[in-house]
Design a protein around this ligand. Structure first.
Ligand SMILES: [Zn+2]
Length: 419
């Protein structure tokens, strides 16, 4: 028995969650502003007000739509400053307006039919995580919108943990920073973050899926844009002259490896994936994303892409094609491995909540991948969100409570281990 396991938790995470998900915060990749949609500030302003009301004097929403706050230390020990981070926006892939959440109490297994659209079913066979939810309370929408558990579950958990820590000043912890970001779903979540103002040494995003999981690895990601210049000629007089840029682009796509595509890979396998094609006779542009868990793997895929382009162009002697590679993000493990205790503490915190910790990797990027390379190591802890970005999204009350407890334990462990 550790002293910490004697904590008796009270929660308001569910009330908070239900309050936050009805605020539409969908982000918009076509908008150049930050935040991309002004409505994200509606939630930001509410959160800043609620943090103020909890007694966090520095809580505020800045002009770019970021919310910052500090839970002051309750210890004299020098403890590194840790930060908990979640994003306020929801995916542009699915409506987040007029979210009508429903709670299924004491779930007893089986499929969940959504009330407003009976054709929409959260199937147990498609959601293996539902098997661990027997007896739990599951929150879904009515089936007309996404739920927004990605990532308002994380926000509600951080708010619940903050309220709990402030109400229990006898729990010893160092200074804790809270950061809520806009526009994560469109890849711009940390564009305007002020890390100097934040002043944290180590951070955790609360944006993972299954209870008990912590992820300290993400894809490394590049973008590739191939610019093709063919040879134009009048179609009636083109024999032996015309080299069609669209056909060159199509040939490149046709030769992409079938066994290194999103639809044929999983786990630690990477891929080459076309995301856009546009063009006419003389000019065409082909956009791709490149994903792998290692830098070497990225370079191999990019070399393969170059050899495909060279090979195709060999049949078009008067055409040219150039590839421009740009970095999107890197596997956070490269940074986090230099601070292994931050992940070890999270594993211990998850264990103290009674869950079995599982370390894993994400086939995608997080705000944490970019924060890590900006100098703030930032693994990702479960928030309990499932089937996100769609109308069958769900989360369980009990998983959100465990995530909030993980935050509290984590704050205590950083203090215990500091001397
Ligand atoms: Zn998310």
């Amino acid at each position: 028995m550790t002293a910490t396991s004697a904590i008796s938790f009270t929660h308001d995470v569910t009330e908070r969650f239900l309050r936050y998900v009805v605020i539409d915060t969908q982000s918009d990749p076509a908008s150049p502003s930050c935040p991309s949609t002004a409505k994200q500030k509606d939630l930001g302003a509410l959160l800043a007000r609620e943090l103020q009301a909890l007694g966090l004097a520095d809580a505020h929403l800045d002009e770019h739509g970021y919310v910052y706050a500090t839970i002051p230390a309750t210890t004299d020990r020098p403890v590194p400053v840790i930060c908990f981070c979640s994003h306020m926006d929801t995916s542009p892939d699915c409506s987040g307006a007029d979210v009508k959440p429903q709670i299924i109490r004491n779930y007893q297994g089986g499929d969940i039919v959504l009330p407003a659209d009976k054709t929409l079913v959260i199937r147990a066979k498609d959601n293996p995580a539902l098997a661990d939810q027997i007896g739990h309370d599951i929150i879904t929408t009515d089936g007309t919108t996404l739920l927004g558990a990605d990532n308002k579950a994380g926000i509600a958990e951080i708010m619940d943990a903050a309220r709990f820590l402030i109400a229990n000043p006898d729990i010893r912890h160092g200074a804790i920073k809270i950061l809520f970001t806009p526009d994560e779903e469109i890849g711009r979540g940390v564009d305007k973050v002020d890390l100097k103002k934040l002043g944290a040494d180590f951070a955790y995003t609360m944006d993972g899926e299954t209870a008990g999981h912590i992820e300290d690895e993400t894809f490394s990601a590049d973008a590739a844009v191939i610019s093709i210049t063919g040879v134009a000629a009048h179609p009636g007089f083109a024999k032996g002259k015309m080299e069609h840029a669209i056909k060159i682009a199509a040939e490149i796509v046709a030769r992409l490896p079938k066994d290194a595509a999103p639809e044929t890979t999983e786990g630690k396998q990477g891929f080459l994936h076309p995301t856009g094609i546009s063009g006419a006779l003389e000019q065409a542009t082909l956009s791709l994303i490149v994903r792998d868990f290692t830098d070497d793997g990225l370079r191999e895929k990019e070399a393969l892409l170059q050899s495909i382009v060279d090979d195709v162009l060999a049949s078009y002697p008067h055409s040219t094609a150039s590839i421009a590679i740009s970095q999107q993000y890197r596997n956070m493990k490269q940074v986090i491995d230099q601070h292994p205790h931050g992940v070890d503490y999270a594993v211990e915190a998850i264990r103290r909540t009674g869950l079995t910790p599982v370390r894993g990797s994400i086939r995608g990027g997080t705000d944490g991948s970019r924060l890590s390379f900006m100098g703030l190591p930032c693994p990702n802890i479960f928030a309990g969100e499932h089937a996100f970005h769609g109308r069958t999204e769900w989360v369980s009350v009990q998983d959100m409570e465990k995530a909030a407890e993980t935050i509290v334990h984590l704050a205590m462990i950083w203090e215990e281990r500091s001397t």
